[in-house]
Structure formats: structure tokens, C-alpha cells
Write a protein that binds this ligand. Structure first.
Ligand SMILES: [Zn+2]
Length: 272
């Protein structure tokens, strides 16, 4: 059955689209995506012309930071650092109540802060980026490799590959290898969070991603890094929390439309 676009979009006032990669939300242009070749794709304008309604685009992590500000655990904060850990590691930032996306939307690439100059090569071309140690595939590879290395010689059964969810569950249940792997990951993540705290001094740091299931294991390590790696004596230390929005990634798009409504730009376009 063909979709009647006029009917389908009649009740819409705007469309919000979030994507991984370098997204210039001001210009509505996609500069880079991790797994799809794009060349300055004017996505917002293309969608606006196709649907005849305003369209807003942004990096998915930046948009989820905005969603935390509107709907999540940061509704009372003006300065927030939101960290997403999935297949990559990225940050979103609210500064003085505004989403900060940087030049061409490229701010927040904490996954490419170098934490080990002698480390593995990252897809960005550098070596030892945070993402080579802290993203879900890196955590799974480290755990499964160490599990194979420590498998007793008498064990004739092959070890299955554990997922990030398995590893987090094992760590919470105090399996030594899982605890050690996640504490190692938390130390590198915590050091980068401490650098970020010194730079923007958020009131709240929000962690999002599967690793949040092991929050009781990783939080004390990250907290220790912040206590030792940031300026002390400021009365309000940032609080570390996990996202309450879970995997409701669509809220990022909703947040973009809500921002346009609040700022008046969407109302202006609807009245034109
Ligand atoms: Zn990198």
C-alpha cells in the first residue's frame, strides 16, 4: 500500500533526525558517518523539501545530551557532560543551558583523546585513542582474549565469546576477570572524564550505554580519577549518574524539535 505522505505528515510540525558522525546541525549538513560514505550531504534541506515540513539534524550523542536536559536526569542542570559508550565513545555538552556542538558539530570526540601512545591503531589514524580501550567491542575483545589466555589446560571445552551485557553481569556478580577488565576500562575513562571536568566543569556527568549496567563497579574508579585529576576545593563536585532515558534514542530527535519550538525558529518557519 503506497504511503500517502500528505496524510502521514499532516499532524507533524517538524522532524528531528539524529545520526552518528560529524553533523553540522546549524547548516543541516552531514559531513562524515562511520560506516556510510557521505560528502557534505544536505540532509535537513532534502528532508524538508520531500516532506514540506522543517527538519532538524544533529549528532546522536549531542542530541541525547539535549534530551537529558529536557526529559531526563539533567532537567535542573545548566552544565552537563553526557557520555555515550556503544561501538564508539562520544560526549555531548550542555554549557550555560545551551547544547555546545563546536565548529561543524565536531565537539565531543573524547573517544579520540590519546590515552596510550603505544596502544592499538584507531580507525582515525592515531594510536591508543580512548575508543580503542573503552568501546563495547574493545571491552569484549579484551575480556574474551584474557579469558582464553587464562583457560585451564585441562578444560577441553571452548570458551564462548561473552558480550558486554554478559561481562557487566559477571562483574556485578564479582567474577574476578570481569571486575578487573571493567576497572581497567573505568580508569582510562575516568582520566578522560577528569580532563573534561577541568575543561568545562559540569554540574552533572551522565553515563549512557551498556556499561552502565556495571555502574557499581566502575563508578568508584571514575570517582577516584575525578578526585585525583581535577581542581579540588570547589564547593560543588560534579555528580556522576547513569542515564534514565536508557535506549530511547528517538528522544534525541524529539529534543531537536522541542529546542526549535522553544527558540522560536520552528514557529517562524510554520508561519512563513
Ligand atoms: Zn581515534
Amino acid at each position: 500500500m503506497p504511503l500517502n505522505w500528505a496524510f502521514a505528515t499532516a499532524s507533524l510540525t517538524g522532524v528531528g533526525i539524529t545520526l552518528p558522525g560529524l553533523i553540522d546541525s546549524q547548516a543541516g549538513i552531514v559531513h562524515f558517518m562511520p560506516n556510510i560514505s557521505v560528502n557534505r550531504l544536505a540532509l535537513a534541506e532534502n528532508v524538508r523539501q520531500a516532506l514540506e515540513i522543517p527538519c532538524y539534524i544533529s549528532n546522536d550523542t549531542a542530541a541525547m545530551c539535549l534530551a537529558e536536559h529536557y526529559f531526563g536526569t539533567a532537567t535542573t542542570c545548566s552544565n552537563t557532560l553526557f557520555i555515550s559508550i556503544h561501538n564508539g565513545v562520544r560526549a555531548g555538552m550542555m554549557i550555560h543551558g545551551e547544547l555546545y556542538e563546536g565548529c561543524l558539530g565536531a565537539a565531543g570526540e573524547i573517544g579520540h583523546i590519546q590515552v596510550d601512545p603505544l596502544g592499538q591503531r584507531c580507525y582515525c589514524g592515531n594510536f591508543g585513542c580512548l575508543e580503542t580501550l573503552v568501546c563495547n567491542p574493545a571491552i569484549e575483545n579484551r575480556y574474551n582474549q584474557l579469558a582464553r589466555d587464562h583457560q585451564p589446560a585441562v578444560d577441553a571445552y571452548p570458551l564462548g565469546n561473552k558480550t558486554i551485557a554478559d561481562i557487566c553481569t559477571a562483574a556485578v556478580n564479582q567474577e574476578p576477570l570481569a571486575v578487573n577488565v571493567l576497572k581497567y576500562v573505568a580508569k582510562h575513562l575516568g582520566n578522560v572524564i577528569a580532563m573534561s571536568v577541568n575543561l568545562i566543569r559540569p554540574e552533572k556527568i551522565i553515563l549512557s550505554g551498556e556499561i552502565a549496567a556495571a555502574f557499581p563497579i566502575i563508578a568508584p574508579v571514575i570517582q577516584h580519577c575525578m578526585e585525583n585529576g581535577t581542581v579540588q576545593g570547589i564547593s560543588h563536585a560534579p555528580t556522576l549518574e547513569i542515564s534514565t532515558l536508557g535506549d530511547q534514542r528517538w528522544l534525541g530527535g524529539t529534543a531537536l524539535v522541542k529546542r526549535a519550538l522553544r527558540e522560536g525558529s520552528l514557529l517562524g518557519q510554520l508561519l512563513d
